[in-house]
Design a binder for this molecule. Structure first.
Ligand code: ZN
Length: 95
């Protein structure tokens, strides 16, 4: 592929142009951060469904601005939170 800025031929796996330093792969620049909220929501959903919902919801909304990064994990967090919440309600009802 070619650099968008200077037009130099760049290796397909290169993230930056060796000539001008311009980013060649748009996915590797701003959207490469981990969606921490999605991960936090996924982890919390097993133990604290309410936090799983909150983090999962934030993670889901953030995933839209990050090329869908963390979207699957956020949805999983919301689903697991719902299941765990239902399980907790059942457990409490049986006490
Ligand atoms: Zn360049």
């Amino acid at each position: 592929m070619y650099c968008k800025k200077c037009g130099r031929l760049v290796d397909d796996n290169a993230t930056f142009c060796p000539d001008c330093g311009c980013a060649t792969n748009p996915n590797s620049t701003n959207n490469n951060q981990k969606n921490g909220m999605a991960i936090a929501g996924f982890v919390c959903s097993f133990f604290i469904p309410l936090l799983g919902w909150i983090f999962g919801g934030i993670g889901l909304s953030r995933s839209f601005s990050r090329n869908g990064k963390g979207k699957g994990l956020s949805i999983a967090a919301l689903i697991i939170s719902t299941i765990m919440f239902a399980v907790n309600i059942k457990l409490m009802a049986s006490l």
